[in-house]
Design a protein around this ligand. Structure first.
Ligand SMILES: Nc1ncnc2c1ncn2[C@@H]1O[C@H](COP(=O)(O)OP(=O)(O)O)[C@@H](O)[C@H]1O
Ligand SMILES: [Mg+2]
Length: 508
């Protein structure tokens, strides 16, 4: 390896009840692009906050260019002086200040009685942007910029402070594929200038694309450090999750098929959203619905769940027409919907995990005098925590302290508590890391095997093929194709149908 810039040795950190880091080592060379990868909650952010001096390690040390940091207690300042700049997920910018002011914020703060030297503020901002080949209007207020542009501002600010190591925490979680490519080109320019990069992520494809070396952590422990060229996708997944994630196709048990299907949707229409929607769902099926974003999938799910009134059409359960005009109606008929956006529609984040789970079944928990029995409530919550292996010390812990994968299990539990016969899952694994995603798929398959009828909506064709026995393809509000047996097709074929149809309809 090149000359060492930063070395963390035997770093441990415990929060109340959680061992976030256990004896972790990390070495980053000068001008190296190093990746720190691990699933949500594995300790990545904690490690970089220790490097940045935000947290103090319980034990272990951090050396920069051979000098031990943090021996005098003024931790954060020491890290910055040594050339470490951290770009956190929230970017820590001042939205109401201009581009120039944000980039040169330190030049602004360092002024004396003469006041701010605006000339220096502008010229240093301009210089920093030029170093990475960017042109952004210096007088634009930062709040008007896209997340990707804001990131560039944060990187430029790091440059005005003589950064020798720039750490980016989950920098790609809120930007598009094109913006990721652009960010990577900037990272390469930084490397050319001799700056080291620590790219922190849980996304495998990105890590392969950009890094030279990869440190992998799992549950707070370092489980490996490799040159990227020595790893492949499977090996990295195995080391990162500690499991081999395999998918056998989901095979429908024909014995569950009945003459009258569990759910039939007939001639469902809604102006500007979807038209002529016809399909059935049998007990024990996992029916996939995919298509490009905006193809009408979510709107259909909401119509079945009573959140979106269709203009015409019929919904039948076991052959009987049902009228669903609210989620309460849907739940009483045994239908549940896991919504696309769990943060806004699925969870009360500051509330306890247990309370979030039982919210859909409060009636079941009533004791005398129409009061909720605390014991019943706790038992119900704890049952689901156990059944879905939700990783928490107790049901009283607030939901927002959980990782994404565990939060999604809370949403699943909340709907499973209603004992649905039809369960619609809209984007069940969006934003969830690979190991948790696999666990959620296993839970879904298990429910179907026991007879629940499941509709899985996803953008990710591979996820649909891995888990569904039958697939509907949608485009522009219509079902354009049904694949009776998902084993007879491939990802390429489905992708091709979906995009080709889109182009034809768009008049290309
Ligand atoms: N300030 C904190 N207080 C209590 N627990 C924390 C705190 N910060 C992180 N944790 C816990 O430490 C573990 C590691 O978290 P984190 O470093 O944020 O992981 P990552 O960045 O890899 O997703 C998690 O279990 C998390 O819940
Ligand atoms: Mg993190």
């Amino acid at each position: 390896m090149s000359e060492v810039f930063l070395e963390a040795k035997g770093v441990s950190k415990t929060f109340v009840g959680v061992k976030a880091l256990d004896n972790v080592d990390l070495t980053i060379g000068k001008g190296e692009i190093h990746c720190l990868i691990g699933e949500n909650g594995s300790g990545k952010s904690t490690l970089i906050k220790i490097i940045g001096g935000v947290y103090k390690a319980d034990s272990g040390s951090v050396l920069i260019e051979g000098r031990e940091l943090h021996e005098h207690g003024i931790q954060a300042i020491e890290s910055i002086r040594a050339g470490v700049q951290i770009i956190y997920q929230d970017l820590s910018l001042f939205p109401n200040l201009t581009v120039a002011e944000n980039i040169s914020i330190n030049q602004m703060l360092e002024t004396n009685q003469q006041g701010v030297n605006w000339k220096t503020v502008r010229s240093s901002a301009k210089k920093a942007l030029e170093e990475i080949g960017e042109e952004i209007d210096l007088d634009e207020r930062v709040e008007n910029l896209s997340v990707a542009k804001k990131q560039i501002i944060a990187i430029s600010r790091a440059l005005t402070q003589n950064a020798k190591l720039i750490i980016m925490d989950e920098a790609t979680s809120a930007i598009t594929k094109e913006e990721v490519d652009h960010l990577f080109s900037i990272i390469l320019k930084l490397k050319e200038r001799g700056i080291s990069i620590l790219f922190v992520s849980h996304k495998l494809s990105e890590v392969f694309e950009i890094s030279e070396n990869i440190t992998i952590i799992r549950d707070g422990k370092k489980v490996g450090v490799y040159p990227t060229s020595e790893l492949d996708y499977e090996k990295l997944v195995f080391i990162m999750t500690g499991r081999k994630l395999e998918y056998a196709p989901y095979i429908y048990n024909e014995e569950m098929k009945e003459d009258v299907p569990l759910l039939s949707v007939e001639g469902l229409n809604k102006e500007f959203q979807f038209s002529d929607i016809n399909f059935t769902l049998q007990k024990g099926e996992i029916l996939g619905i995919t298509g490009l974003i905006g193809s009408g999938r979510t709107e259909i799910a909401q119509a079945i769940f009573g959140l979106n009134k269709p203009n015409s059409g019929t919904i039948k359960l076991k052959g009987k027409t049902v009228h669903i005009s609210s989620p309460e109606d849907a739940i009483s008929h045994g239908i549940a919907l896991l919504p696309e956006d769990r943060h806004h529609q699925g969870l009360f984040e500051a509330q306890a995990i247990g309370d979030n789970i039982v919210i859909t079944v409060l009636k079941k928990l009533l004791a005398g005098l129409n009061l909720i029995s605390p014991l019943k409530k706790q038992t119900e919550g704890d049952n689901w925590i156990k059944k879905l292996s939700i990783k928490t010390p107790s049901g009283a812990t607030p939901v927002n302290s959980l990782s994404g994968g565990n939060q999604q299990r809370v949403v699943l539990a909340k709907w499973l508590a209603t004992e649905p016969e039809v369960f619609i899952l809209d984007g069940p694994t969006i934003g969830i890391d690979i190991g948790s995603k696999h666990t959620i798929h296993e839970i879904i398959r298990d429910l179907a095997e026991k007879g629940m009828g499941i509709i899985m909506i996803s953008d990710e064709i591979q996820e649909i093929l891995d888990n569904c026995n039958r697939v509907l393809l949608m485009s522009k509000g219509r079902i354009i194709k049904e694949i009776e047996d998902s084993r007879t097709t491939t990802e390429e074929e489905l992708y091709d149908i979906v995009t080709r149809n889109y182009e034809v309809e768009a008049g290309a």
